[in-house]
Ligand binder design. Structure first.
Ligand code: IPE
Ligand code: IPE
Ligand code: MG
Length: 251
């Protein structure tokens, strides 16, 4: 009888995407399934985020974008909104030094103007402290909505036209892209959504034009390196064409 082939570590043949973006969803359902308050799901979600950042560093992912609070999440009950804002504050206060030590560069996308000054200055501090780090860029999408981001970009372009700096004919996709919140970052290669929901919920609509989308049933608090590797393995099986002819996902 032939011996089964030993299972190679999954990372051995994974072609790691340069930019992975994650819609961290399912905290509330994770908690409800255990008879716990939703806030407990959010707290456990922060643990999963810590693990995921470590896994991204170990796997050599260059950019990790996480959707942590959407423009539409303000419509949740006030207590839940304040729980989520409190967790962001805690995450930055507790983890910023560790992230910095691990050479993580933090960037933030989303509308900052309607955040309270303390949250705004925490986000600025995180970006400022870590700006020269090069191991991995952690992009935090906070108070983020993609339509709002595109509208902001359109407004900036319109202001340039109104000021006579450019003509309307100069407006093309490239120019709009250069006015988005983080125009220097590459588009995501892979967008993962947890919790089994099959939608983008206003996340990176412009940037994900040619991203591979992977939906996993796992609730966010249960997400770990193995789930991430599974999603990357799925990504590696995709054929990216960008409207042209076949290209292997990881190449
Ligand atoms: C994701 O979990 C966290 C945020 C959207 C801030 P949810 O809170 O959406 O959890 P579900 O989808 O209700 O289970
Ligand atoms: C998307 O999840 C927003 C974040 C993960 C921060 P939601 O739970 O808010 O999305 P919907 O309402 O199910 O589409
Ligand atoms: Mg949700």
């Amino acid at each position: 009888m032939s011996k089964p082939e030993p299972t190679a570590p999954v990372t051995a043949d994974l072609l790691i995407p340069q930019h992975v973006a994650i819609i961290m969803d399912g905290n509330g359902r994770w908690a409800a399934a255990r008879g716990l308050p939703r806030g407990e799901g959010h707290r456990r979600g922060v643990e999963a985020l810590r693990k995921t950042v470590r896994a991204a560093i170990e796997l050599g992912i260059g950019y990790l974008t996480i959707f942590s609070f959407s423009s539409e999440n303000w419509s949740r009950p006030a207590a839940e909104v304040s729980d989520l804002l409190g967790l962001l504050r805690l995450f930055i206060r507790n983890d910023l030094k560790d992230l910095h030590r691990s050479q993580v560069r933090v960037r933030v996308i989303g509308e900052r103007d309607d955040l309270t000054p303390d949250v705004r200055s925490l986000l600025e501090e995180a970006e400022e402290m870590t700006r020269d780090n090069r191991k991995v860029t952690l992009v935090v999408a906070f108070n983020y909505g993609s339509r709002q981001e595109i509208a902001r970009a359109a407004r900036r372009v319109a202001q340039q036209v109104a000021a006579g700096e450019i003509t309307p004919e100069a407006i093309d996709a490239d120019l709009i892209g250069r006015h988005l919140d983080a125009p220097d970052l590459p588009d995501p290669d892979l967008v993962i959504r947890t919790s089994g929901e099959l939608r983008l919920s206003n996340f990176l609509l412009w940037q994900s034009a040619y991203s591979e989308l992977v939906f996993v049933p796992t609730y966010w608090p249960d997400f770990d390196r193995a789930t991430l590797e599974g999603a990357i393995a799925e990504y590696c099986r995709r054929e990216r064409r960008f409207g042209g002819l076949a290209v292997r996902a990881g190449s």
